[in-house]
Ligand binder design. Structure first.
Ligand SMILES: NC(=O)c1ccc[n+]([C@@H]2O[C@H](COP(=O)([O-])OP(=O)(O)OC[C@H]3O[C@@H](n4cnc5c(N)ncnc54)[C@H](OP(=O)(O)O)[C@@H]3O)[C@@H](O)[C@H]2O)c1
Length: 322
């Protein structure tokens, strides 16, 4: 019957993180859940997904029909530079446990989360979904990148061998409330939010790591959450899909720092420490495929999303991850 929705019990792994909290907001607070849908948000406290027995036990408990798989060891450039081996091993075992157990429990659909930072370092731009395996990733994060690439290998093989419709999304840099705002280990935008907050509070200069000329595309976590829910319900390909703002919205790290400075009304000096790594200079991604499916999707304007993120951090300073 037209409009009929089948009951879905959706397990969101990594449900306590940046993206998981945004999906929770969309489906629980903004009324995005449809009738017949039940949403369960997991953190590592309920199950360590690097452990096969714990993964199985949590599937036994919840019996999901659908999964949005976000759980991962996640971090910024400087954590990757220090812990490539951990990124490889933890993400490989989390992904293997979740995807294998999903198959064993007859889960109809799994949407896993890759990242544009897993693409080849030497490539042509813009990057698109066909190019994931075309060459080695950037040396800064190859442990994470290879572990994530194997999700795509798993999905394709699982479709060929078992007919499973497991797929993946590929977001660009994500930011929003509930991010990890650690200065040492966080991604560039939340780390800059924390540094700017402290510089304003302490009356010191803002130190930006790197020359500020690196280029990135940023997606607000709440926009990504809406798109992930759409992928779960509507997107039927095994091939992954890049979820990003357009190429024309790529910006420098300096632009990002300026937006955060404006949001906090910070008036002190801003210095660039060029002795620190810039990471990959750019990873311009095409959202043409997304636009073919959703030509009218509206992204939250960058400055408004940055302001909301800075306000959230300031209002939740004592509890925010940092
Ligand atoms: N942030 C970005 O800029 C970005 C960009 C592209 C792609 N991604 C991808 O997007 C997804 C979500 O990232 P995020 O930024 O939301 O990450 P996040 O805020 O760091 O959250 C990570 C989530 O994974 C859970 N987790 C970590 N290790 C686990 C384990 N061993 N067992 C069970 N759960 C575990 C965490 O649980 P606890 O809260 O209990 O620790 C948390 O819920 C990830 O797959 C990431 O690779 C992120």
């Amino acid at each position: 019957m037209e409009g009929e929705t089948k009951p879905m019990r959706v397990l969101v792994t990594g449900g306590s993180g940046l993206v998981g909290k945004a999906i929770e907001r969309v489906v629980k607070q903004e009324g995005g859940a449809r009738e017949g849908e039940e949403w369960i948000f997991l953190s590592s406290k309920e199950a360590d997904l690097t452990n096969a027995a714990e993964t199985r036990a949590i599937f036994e408990k919840h019996r999901p029909t659908h999964i949005i798989h976000l759980a991962a060891k996640v971090g910024g450039l400087f954590l990757h530079l220090r812990e490539n081996l951990d990124f490889w091993k933890k993400n490989l075992s989390i992904n293997e446990n979740v995807l294998q157990t999903a198959h064993e429990f007859d889960v109809a659909k799994v949407v896993s989360c890759l990242s544009t930072c897993i693409f080849p370092d030497k490539t042509t731009y813009p990057i698109d979904e066909t190019m994931i395996h075309n060459g080695p990733p950037h040396e800064s994060n190859w442990g994470y990148a290879y572990a994530k690439r194997m999700v795509d290998v798993h999905n394709r093989a699982c479709f060929k061998q078992h007919g499973r419709r497991y797929t993946a999304v590929i977001p660009t840099n994500i930011f929003g409330p509930h991010d990890n705002f650690s200065i040492e280990d966080g991604h560039v935008l939340p780390a800059l939010v924390h540094k700017t907050y402290k510089a304003k509070r302490d009356g010191t200069a803002l130190e930006v790591w790197g020359c500020g000329q690196g280029l990135r595309q940023f997606i607000f976590s709440v926009d990504l959450a809406r798109l992930c829910v759409w992928v779960l319900r509507e997107y039927d390909e095994i091939e992954p899909i890049i979820l990003s703002v357009g190429e024309e919205e790529e910006m420098t790290i300096k632009d990002v720092a300026n937006a955060i400075v404006d949001a906090f009304e910070f008036t002190g000096p801003v210095n660039y420490d060029t002795s620190k790594s810039d990471g990959q200079l750019k990873k311009t991604a095409s959202n043409a495929k997304l636009r073919r499916y959703l030509p009218n999707f509206t992204f939250t304007p960058f400055h408004a999303a940055v302001k909301e993120t800075c306000d959230w951090f300031a209002n939740n300073y004592s509890v925010a991850r940092k």
